[in-house]
Design a protein around this ligand. Sequence first.
Ligand SMILES: [Zn+2]
Length: 290
Amino acid sequence: MAGAALAAFERIGLTHIPIGTGNSALLIRAIETLEPAAVVMTPSYAAHLAEGHDLRESSVQRVLVAGEPGGGEPAFRAKIEEAWGAKVTEAMGVGDIGPSLFGECEEQDGMHLGAHGFVHVEVIDPESGAARDLEDGAEGELVLTHLRHRAAPLLRFRTRDHVTVKTSPCPCGREGPRIRCIGRTDDMLIVRGVNVFPSAVREVVNTFAPDVSGHILVQPRSPGVKQEPPLPLSVELAPRIEPTDLLSEAIGAKLREELTIRAEIELVPFGALIRSEYKSQLVAAPPERG
Ligand SMILES: [Zn+2]
């Protein structure tokens, strides 16, 4: 998918330096020697790179993140911006439909649809399939339809991306609703009737920065979507932070307040959770059904 976006970069006159995923040393060397103004990567990878390298003095002024939810979470975004000394904007494409369909402007307040006239956007109730009005605060699964494809157009393609809609006017002047992806319906768990997106859990946990590192892992106790509370959750601490009951209780209280779920929180030391060079895994494999 990123490959398809390269044509767009060329079209607007950018020179791109292609570095594949999985070679951080090469990427850092390219930043140091070729001094690009912008980098494009997943938000997990942007956070991961900044953990091992001081990038604040690098040439990079813009970090364009895409490929997974997270780039629009205020605390996570702030962390990446601070670590890179750069502005972070989020973009989103859907492999089956087209690359970079949505993107944020300078206002960083939700992604505008850049594919007007090419793609029709709907938001539906993922359970009933009923379409919802694209009004302020609407939430549901993103459904896309090709309007100009001549071969094998996809009609009402269910993306499995769960989005929220914002319709307030954007100071940049672009019109139409903006969206923010809050999680994948595939990752969603139902804890005693409450829909829980692991990315939303991470967003709440990240408000406890700088005490937490930004890495979490939900550890389901049983296979399947439905889980009984409390939901086991590992929260990684920032370097040199000691675990305290006060902190785990505060995180638990905030999760109850914001997401109405009860979690059993284990604070783990910095570096204990696995880093991803591509997309973060926020949910551990459940135990085998016994
Ligand atoms: Zn805008």
